[in-house]
Design a protein around this ligand. Structure first.
Ligand SMILES: C[S@@+](CC[C@H](N)C(=O)[O-])C[C@H]1O[C@@H](n2cnc3c(N)ncnc32)[C@H](O)[C@@H]1O
Length: 261
């Protein structure tokens, strides 16, 4: 960061126990991509890097320390743990007990709960967070509405998801999903000798970018603070403005919303 301008320094990410990357920047994207390549062999590295990066993004817009944070569909709790490391009062809400225990004991106070119907009063959370869950629900609008409901007026909502036409849209069957989800699953089973984890229409859904953007922009209870590619090193916001192309080029849409007072 030496020699960087004031605005750049302000935009720099603070990482609790890792290097600091400017967001967006090529170095950050390369670091995220490198850790992604190790997702299977070193999940701690991948999820730790991703969690630090996401919490950095939140911290640019809200105080994490002392805030009540809910992590919806947080899997085994990497993001919840990172929020707690930064002083947040964070809680994990995850419906799948296998995901919850996938890496040992989940964070204390974890709740088995569905994001469609959270056991939380209206306006309870300062920050409502969800990473890579929206493509796993068949009714993204209801899921988003529930996130908005539990967020305090003035609070922050962080949602990111991999859209269906992203090169990673088919998840482990990518990029063969471009030739059809069924064919991609068959190919995966032939190649790996086991069924793919995700089945379109069961636990993975064709969520696109345009309809979700139109939905959040039309809502009168949230302000869209940011709509951008989560991982791109440049043109992260510009890509999302181009209908058609954004469905292929965004990879993963990050929405940061403010609940209207
Ligand atoms: C790809 S994992 C993402 C885990 C973690 N948030 C991350 O970014 O690494 C998708 C998660 O969404 C959860 N999920 C699926 N349907 C859900 C729902 N209706 N409500 C809340 N979570 C859900 C799954 O159980 C799973 O843990």
């Amino acid at each position: 960061m030496r020699g960087a301008g004031k605005a750049e320094r302000a935009a720099a990410l603070r990482v609790s126990d890792g290097p600091t990357y400017r967001d967006p920047s090529l170095r950050r994207s390369i670091a995220l991509f490198r850790s992604f390549l190790k997702e299977q062999s070193d999940p701690e590295l991948f999820y730790g890097t991703l969690a630090r990066d996401a919490v950095d993004q939140v911290e640019r817009l809200a105080d994490v320390k002392g805030s009540l944070i809910v992590d919806i569909g947080g899997g085994s709790g990497h993001f919840t743990e990172e929020f707690r490391r930064r002083g947040g009062d964070a809680y994990l809400f995850e419906p799948d007990t296998a995901e919850l225990h996938a890496e040992g004991a989940p964070p204390s106070g974890a709740v088995v709960a569905d994001g469609y119907l959270l056991p939380l009063a209206d306006g309870s959370a300062d920050i409502c967070f969800s990473s890579n869950v929206l493509e796993h629900v068949d009714d993204p609008t209801t899921f988003l509405s529930e996130m908005v409901r539990v967020t305090k007026p003035g609070g922050l909502i962080y949602v990111s998801y991999t859209n269906w036409l992203s090169p990673w849209g088919g998840h482990e069957t990518s990029p063969w999903h471009y030739f059809g989800a069924h064919r991609a699953r068959e190919r995966y089973a032939r190649k790996h000798g086991r069924e793919a984890k995700h089945t379109l229409g069961e636990n993975l859904f064709a969520v696109h970018i345009g309809p979700v953007l139109r939905h959040v922009r039309a809502r009168d209870d949230v302000e869209v603070l940011s709509a951008r590619s989560r991982y791109w090193p440049f043109l992260a916001e510009a890509i999302v403005r181009v209908p058609g192309i954004r469905e292929f080029a965004t990879w993963n849409l990050l929405l940061i919303l403010r609940r209207c007072p």
